[in-house]
Structures are given as C-alpha cells and as structure tokens.
Ligand binder design. Structure first.
Ligand code: ZN
Length: 204
C-alpha cells in the first residue's frame, strides 16, 4: 500500500500515481466501488491492486483507510456536509459488507484540513456535526463556541466505529496558503481558486 497527501502543487501523476480512478464529488455521502460504473461519489473503495483512488479537498477533511488483512482501501472526502452525514461510518460499513473488513484492522490517515481555530460556522453546522457523535464535545473548540473542529469530529467518528489506528496530519489548509489550496482563504482574499484542490491518494 502507498498513500500520499498532496499540496496545491501536486497531481496524482506528480505524486507517482498514474492512472488514478477519477470521480465527481457531490458533497454528499455516496460510497462507490471503483469498478467504472459510477462516477459521482465522496468516498471510493477498492481491493484492486495498482488502482489509485483519490479525493480532492480545499479545507474539507480527506481520509484514507487501509485494511492490510482484508486487503482493501478507501478514500473519503468529508466536508461539514459529509461529516454531518457520517460518510466515514458509511464507508467503513461498505468495506465490511463488500470486502469483509474489520474496523479493528483498519489504519486511518486523516489529511490536511482546516483546523478548529480557523473554522467558524453556523449553529446548524455545529449541531449537525455533533449530532453524529456519542461524545458530543469531541469536536468543540475550547473558547470558540462558533467554531467546529472537523478533523476531531472525523477522528471521533472513526473511534466510535471501532477504528484504533488513527494518524492525524497536523497541517491546517487555511493557515498555510503557500502550501495548500484553502476555500476559506481564497474567499477571504478574493482569489479565484477555480477547480483547484489538494489531492489525497491511496493505492494497494
Ligand atoms: Zn487553522
């Protein structure tokens, strides 16, 4: 298994993953198998060796999953919408149903995303995200009641699914615009981002 979290300068090819499976992300909770039938999804799973799968994000949370026992991988795009829909749990359920994966065996890699300090949102977003968690305070940002920490929310969703091996990338996309595309930074500074995103990719 190989995986990489790209910066604003990277493509699948520049990271060494030619022939990657491309999808159109919908900010929803569609999970698909990378078999060529469907191309609209925010989570992709595969057990096909040599087929890279990826998601793109610019503040949203990318999550890569690997099960070395069931030999399968997943790439997930979880913005606040996907997090509120718990696309992480849905993807883990798909890995289990399709490949017999067990959460105990999963290795999870949470990628660069906007941090809690930088992510002020509406009350509805905070409620929608915390409603998915048994631990309601896991994604709350101390001293910032209008903010939500999406990386912590996703990590808690993984924990509540039974995943034990979780690595969280320390970088905040909003705080490092020279390295990453950031939706919030672009809007705040009148920068045309176009379709540019940071790529997160994994391959068996
Ligand atoms: Zn930040």
């Amino acid at each position: 298994m190989r995986y990489a979290f790209g910066t604003r300068y990277d493509t699948a090819e520049s990271l060494g993953f030619p022939g990657a499976y491309d999808v159109r992300q919908m900010r929803a909770d569609n999970v698909i198998i990378a078999d060529g039938k469907y191309h609209e999804a925010d989570a992709i799973v595969t057990n096909q060796p040599g087929l890279p799968i990826f998601v793109k994000a610019a503040d949203c949370v990318p999550i890569l999953l690997y099960d070395p026992i069931a030999n399968c991988v997943a790439a997930i795009h979880s913005g606040w919408q996907g997090t509120a829909l718990n696309i992480v749990a849905k993807t883990i359920a798909t890995l289990s149903e399709v490949y017999g994966s067990m959460p105990d065996n999963l290795q999870a890699f949470i990628g660069p995303a906007i941090c809690g300090d930088c992510y002020e949102v509406g009350d509805q977003v905070i409620t929608a995200v915390t409603d998915t968690l048994n631990d309601k305070v896991a994604a709350i940002v101390p001293g910032k009641p209008k903010n939500i920490d999406l990386k912590s929310a996703v990590k808690q969703q993984l924990v509540e699914c039974g995943v034990k091996q979780i690595t969280v990338h320390p970088d905040c996309t909003r705080a490092d615009p020279d390295k990453y595309w950031s939706h919030r930074y672009s809007v705040a500074n009148g920068i045309e981002r176009g379709g540019n995103n940071n790529i997160s990719i994994i391959c068996l």
